[in-house]
Design a protein around this ligand. Structure first.
Ligand code: IMP
Length: 436
């Protein structure tokens, strides 16, 4: 079972970083396949907190090589800062341990400015982006005007690319967005020349590396960022991120055929959160939502924003199981539910009084979805020290079994705290990645 894809099945922040870190004990390669420094993965190893945004969580394992595949958007400054942060805690990010596809698109200062100016201009319909320039960088990729890492190594061509881009972005910022920001092509060119020198040793042919690793039966793990409901095609559009977050995109981004994938693991919170705008059918605006936020520490890793909180949405997770072909779900933050008299689960939706089976494509409809709930008895015990399924209180066991039935997928593990050791894997196929 050497090729596994790990994805988030809700609106991100499901705890993927922690689970990927846990599962990478035997992984040879960990590959990030989409998004950029809008992601924030908090890992706690032996009590020490590390926040990663771009570099895959496998970097904390000394035998694992980490890669950024072509579908990732890279802010070079953010990447270098992250490498420095890791160096500060004695994790050396060397070219032996970390590679970047020459095909990644770069996020440049004008992308960040456009992202922020656009959000400021959207009065009541803010997407609530992370302000990291993600959308504008993906737009340049699709419009074939973006600057890729490999472009930094042909300076004549780069100079012209920068000139054309900076002129277009300055005009757009000023005339369309009414911004007074203006960028200098010379400064950006000089910045990119420097960055090119620093990043050149890290450039890798990711497709070759991945395919060769698969041929040798190495363990290759793909690490998704954000979550299924933020997918540009399948999420709650337009309140989504600008990349495909579903498992299928791992193959596209890495340059690998779909037949190579052996297993898909979905990471899912035992309740549900969302940051930014957009529909959230099981959101709880009352005391219980606040309690989930406080107990779960639900504040953004990247932006510090309080996350919107609510209950497990079985309809949405069932959809994610289908969209990603998930074999096994890991239910995170089970400990946060301790102390609730009852635990609610959204089990069906109504739209204007009519039962609907799935999230409709139009945001005009999604905003009017009403979730219907089933209530399960809660548990009061502290479960952070539990190490087997059987040690869980009976009501927590029943909750997990009900989730399996409702979403049509086995729960292959659960997590009951932030530490590596507070992860209990039940699925033998998943366990083989984390033999300990
Ligand atoms: P963007 O990816 O910065 O363009 O933001 C688009 C939407 O995705 C916003 O609602 C963000 O809050 C959300 N988003 C982006 N990255 C993450 C993440 O890592 N976790 C949760 N939400 C995210």
């Amino acid at each position: 079972m050497p090729v596994v894809i790990v994805v988030g099945v809700q609106w991100g922040d499901e705890g993927k970083g922690k689970i990927v870190d846990y599962l990478t004990e035997r992984a040879n390669l960990v590959v990030r396949f989409q998004g950029g420094n809008n992601a924030g993965h908090t890992l706690v190893v032996e009590g020490q907190k590390t926040a990663l945004q771009l570099i895959p969580s496998g970097i904390l394992r000394s035998n694992t090589r980490c890669l950024l595949a072509s579908g990732v958007v890279v802010n070079p400054t953010a990447l270098l800062e992250e490498i420095q942060r890791l160096a500060d805690i004695n994790v050396a990010v060397t070219p032996e341990r970390f590679g970047i596809s020459g095909e990644v698109q770069l996020i440049l200062p004008y992308h960040v400015a456009i992202d922020k100016a656009r959000e400021a201009a959207r009065a009541d319909s803010k997407i609530g982006t992370t302000g990291r320039g993600i959308g504008p960088a993906y737009e340049d990729a699709v419009s074939r005007s973006g600057i890729r890492l490999s472009d930094l190594f042909n300076r004549d061509n780069l100079k012209e690319l920068v000139r054309v881009n900076v002129a277009a972005k300055n005009a757009y910022l000023q005339s369309v967005l009414g911004s007074d920001e203006a960028f200098s092509a010379d400064e950006i060119f000089a910045y990119l020349c420097d960055i090119g020198e620093t990043l050149k040793p890290f450039v890798s042919n990711v497709s070759v590396e991945v395919n060769e690793a698969v041929k040798r039966d190495a363990i290759v793990m793909f690490e998704g960022a954000q979550g299924c409901l933020l997918d540009i095609n399948h999420g709650t559009y337009p309140y989504v991120t600008s990349s495909n977050t579903v498992a299928g995109y791992a193959c596209v981004s890495a340059g690998m055929g779909p037949k190579q994938v052996d297993y898909v693991v979905g990471i899912c919170k035992a309740y549900c959160t969302r940051v930014g705008g957009g529909p959230f059918p099981t959101e709880d605006h009352g005391d219980e939502g606040s309690l989930l936020r406080d107990r779960g520490g639900e504040y953004g890793t990247v932006t510090g924003r309080p996350r919107r909180c609510g209950w497990f949405d079985a309809v949405a997770v069932r959809r994610a199981v289908r969209l990603n072909g998930i074999d096994s779900i890991i239910l995170t933050k089970m400990d946060v539910l301790s102390g609730f008299d009852h635990v609610k689960v959204g089990t069906s939706y109504d739209l204007d009084g009519e039962a609907i089976e799935d999230i409709p494509p139009s945001s005009l409809n999604t905003g009017r979805i009403k979730a219907n709930y089933t209530e399960f008895p809660g548990w009061s015990e502290d479960i952070t020290g539990v190490r087997t399924f059987e040690e869980l209180p009976k009501t927590a066991q029943d909750f997990i079994k009900s989730v399996e039935e409702l979403v049509g997928c086995r729960v292959g593990g659960f997590s009951i705290g932030p530490d590596r050791e507070q992860t209990i894997i039940l699925d033998e196929n998943v366990k083989q990645f984390a033999v300990r």
